[in-house]
Each structure stands twice: as structure tokens, then as C-alpha cells.
Design a binder for this molecule. Structure first.
Ligand code: OSB
Ligand code: MG
Length: 383
């Protein structure tokens, strides 16, 4: 990048890792497991010049979504990633992703937590919103809601009705073999034919389930998210040939190259972009540009983030390539009380406002509340 404004340079003086425990308002069940409490890994970064910013690593408690966990990320950050960036002069946050990847394979969520913190810090220093720094163009982003697997189709119908009342204009339903057709029928019944409805299997099906999955075409779904295993692009391509419903990949897409593979193979036609899953904003911007060039529909996924990670996602989703509603629900959908002020709310037509008038992520982090929820912390200082 030439002609980069000077204020984007940064040099980390301090990074504090914190694990906070936040009880979810309702248990969140996906095909591979249930969560009742979110163990959230937060990072607080401070620059040599005194500016500060927060970020979130989206790894979950158990390795049921991807291989990383809160504990592996905590380890990778403390052992390899934070020491690598501490005190290191960067001309801009776009240098962080490459530095974090030299000689460290994988650990993308851990890298992303730190890398995204560098972007937020650069935005704070430059006095611009994170949205503006990333190239965002929207004042508000369209959102949907992701509903976990419920005990019965009737219970799901209730959750769907509540979601509609809360203002959500796109409904995503988690499915697994044995909890799919009757559940989607119940959801479609509540929303009627015109509200966008989609399903997310979190890799619960096998190639042999193709016939059963083809029956889901009858529900007119906006997309079917990640039906098969993450590494199985070829079999997703076989499946896509048998479905009318577009496949969207989530777990499979760990890098810009995997998105290219998906397109080349026609293993899916829609991209769920979670910056944490691909190693941060650097790779996310490459995926965004690729999708935009090729006209591939893109949306921003979620990982049950606290208000901190949500701020990062909202900023990313304000870029022009995000043409479908994201999983960027209001704080109230997850928590009785969030860790940011103001909390994130859904307004008007299923939208979340992008706080472009304030620098960084645009919300204040409630240090008192975070302190009271903190289960452990670790402090890393530049020499
Ligand atoms: O597959 O999109 C997913 C939550 C945790 C792990 C994986 C997923 C999800 C969600 C929740 O669907 C989306 C949200 O944060 O609202
Ligand atoms: Mg998903």
C-alpha cells in the first residue's frame, strides 16, 4: 500500500488476554454440541503512544466447530503470536497477518483475535471508525438470526415467531439428520413463503444423505449452509449438482484460496465470511474483493460474539460486497447484559446501525463488567 497515512503505523506496548464467562440467555445447540455459557477470549491492546483497543478471539470452548478452542488460542497467543508483535514497528495493520503466519500454521482464530485488534488500534489512532478504515460504505447492515436446534418443531415455531416479533427479517435454522424436514416445515409455516429462510447443518451430513438433502429444496431455502465435512469440497460439488438450493460454505472456507477452490469446483455458490475463521481482516478483505469481482454473494457470519467481536463484524459487514443479511443479531439475543455500551440493537428493517461517528469499533467497552466476569487474565509487556 503506497501513500499510507502516517497515523496507521503502530507498535504494541502491551497486550492483555482475558477469559470472560458469559451465560447465554438460552442454550445454543448445533448439530455437534450445545453451549450454555460462552467462554469469551478478549484481547486488550495498547500502543507505544498510549492508544488502546479491544478485540475478541472467536474460538469456542470445545473443538466441535473447528479444531481450535479457547485454550489452544490462549496458548498460541501467549507462546507465539503476542511475543511476535510486541514492540514490533508496523507501518500499518495490514502487515500483521503476514507476520503472524510466518512459521505458524493454522491457529487462525488466535491470529485473527490479535490481527483484528491491530486494525481496531490503528483506527483508534487515526481517529476513524473501523468501518471506514476497512473500506465500509454502509450506515447500517442487514441482519438475520441464527436459531439453535430445539427440542421439537413446535418449540422451534415459537422461537421463530419470537424472532419475527423482535424484527428479524431472515431466519436461519440449525439442522441435523433427524431434525431437519419437520423443523423446516414448522419454520416455513410460521414465516410464510416470502421471508428468507435458510438452514445450517454444521457438517452433520454424509454424502450418502444427498437424497434426503435434495428433499429440502421443497422449502425454498435461501441457502443450505455447510451440509458436509469441512475438508470435503469434492463431495460438496457432487451434492450441489443434485440440489436446487445454493450451498453456502462456512467451516470449509479457511482462506481466500479455499474460496477460489469452492468456486472452481462449484462446491458452493455463497460465502459465509467470518473474519476469525480465516485469520483476520487481511484475508477477509481478499475474500471480499474476490467475491465482489466474481459476483459471488457474501455475508458475515457470527460465532456468538460478545459486543466486542460484534463491533468488528459489523464494521466488516459494512463493506459493499456483503449483499446478504449477516448473523449479527442484537446483544439481547445472546445476553442479559453485554460488555459494551451502548449494546447492539436491531432497528427498522432488520438492521444494525454502523457507529461510524466514533473511532474504532464505535462502542465503549465496560471494563467494570469485564472485570467482574473475568476468569483468568495474562499480561504481556514490551521490554
Ligand atoms: O455455524 O454459523 C455457525 C455459532 C457458533 C458456531 C458456529 C455457528 C454459529 C452460529 C451463530 O450460527 C451465529 C451468531 O453468532 O448469531
Ligand atoms: Mg455456519
Amino acid at each position: 500500500m503506497n501513500g499510507r497515512p502516517e497515523p496507521l503505523s503502530l507498535r504494541l506496548a502491551r497486550v492483555v488476554l482475558r477469559e470472560v464467562r458469559m451465560p447465554l440467555r438460552r442454550p445454543f445447540r448445533i448439530s455437534s454440541g450445545v453451549q450454555e455459557e460462552r467462554r469469551v477470549l478478549l484481547l486488550e491492546l495498547e500502543d507505544r503512544e498510549g492508544a488502546g483497543a479491544w478485540s475478541e478471539c472467536v474460538a469456542q470452548e470445545r473443538p466441535n466447530y473447528g479444531p481450535e478452542t479457547v485454550d489452544t488460542a490462549w496458548w498460541a497467543l501467549g507462546e507465539w503470536l503476542v511475543p511476535r508483535l510486541l514492540d514490533r514497528p508496523l507501518e500499518g495493520p495490514d502487515e500483521a497477518s503476514g507476520l503472524l503466519s510466518e512459521g505458524v500454521r493454522g491457529h487462525r482464530m488466535a491470529k485473527a483475535g490479535l490481527e483484528m485488534g491491530c486494525w481496531a488500534l490503528a483506527a483508534e489512532k487515526a481517529g476513524v471508525s473501523l468501518s471506514a478504515l476497512l473500506g465500509g460504505t454502509r450506515e447500517a447492515v442487514e441482519t438475520g438470526i441464527s436459531l439453535g436446534i430445539q427440542p421439537s418443531p413446535e418449540a422451534l415455531a415459537e422461537r421463530v415467531a419470537e424472532a419475527r416479533e423482535a424484527g428479524y427479517g431472515r431466519i436461519k435454522v440449525k439442522i441435523r439428520p433427524g431434525a431437519d424436514r419437520s423443523y423446516l416445515a414448522a419454520a416455513r409455516d410460521v414465516v410464510g413463503p416470502d421471508v428468507p429462510l435458510m438452514a445450517d447443518a454444521n457438517a452433520a451430513y454424509a454424502p450418502a444423505d444427498a437424497e434426503r438433502l435434495a428433499e429440502l429444496d421443497a422449502f425454498g431455502l435461501l441457502m443450505l449452509e455447510q451440509p458436509l465435512e469441512a475438508g470435503d469440497l469434492l463431495r460438496h460439488a457432487d451434492l450441489q449438482r443434485r440440489l436446487e438450493t445454493p450451498i453456502c460454505l462456512d467451516e470449509s472456507l479457511t482462506s481466500p484460496e479455499r474460496v477460489e477452490d469452492m468456486l472452481r469446483l462449484d462446491a458452493g455458490r455463497i460465502v459465509n465470511l467470518k473474519p476469525g475463521r480465516v485469520g483476520g481482516f487481511g484475508p477477509s478483505l481478499r475474500i471480499h474483493d474476490l467475491c465482489r469481482e466474481r459476483g459471488v454473494p457474501l455475508w458475515c457470519g457470527g460465532m456468538l460474539e460478545s459486543g466486542v467481536g460484534r463491533g468488528h463484524n459489523v464494521a466488516l459487514a459494512s463493506l459493499p460486497g456483503f449483499v446478504l443479511p449477516g448473523d449479527l443479531s442484537a446483544s439481547r439475543r445472546y445476553w442479559d447484559e453485554d460488555v459494551v455500551d451502548p449494546e447492539w440493537v436491531v432497528e427498522g428493517e432488520s438492521r444494525v446501525r454502523v457507529p461510524t461517528e466514533r473511532p474504532g469499533i464505535g462502542v465503549s467497552v465496560r471494563r467494570d463488567r469485564i472485570e467482574s466476569l473475568t476468569a483468568r487474565s495474562a499480561r504481556f509487556e514490551a521490554p
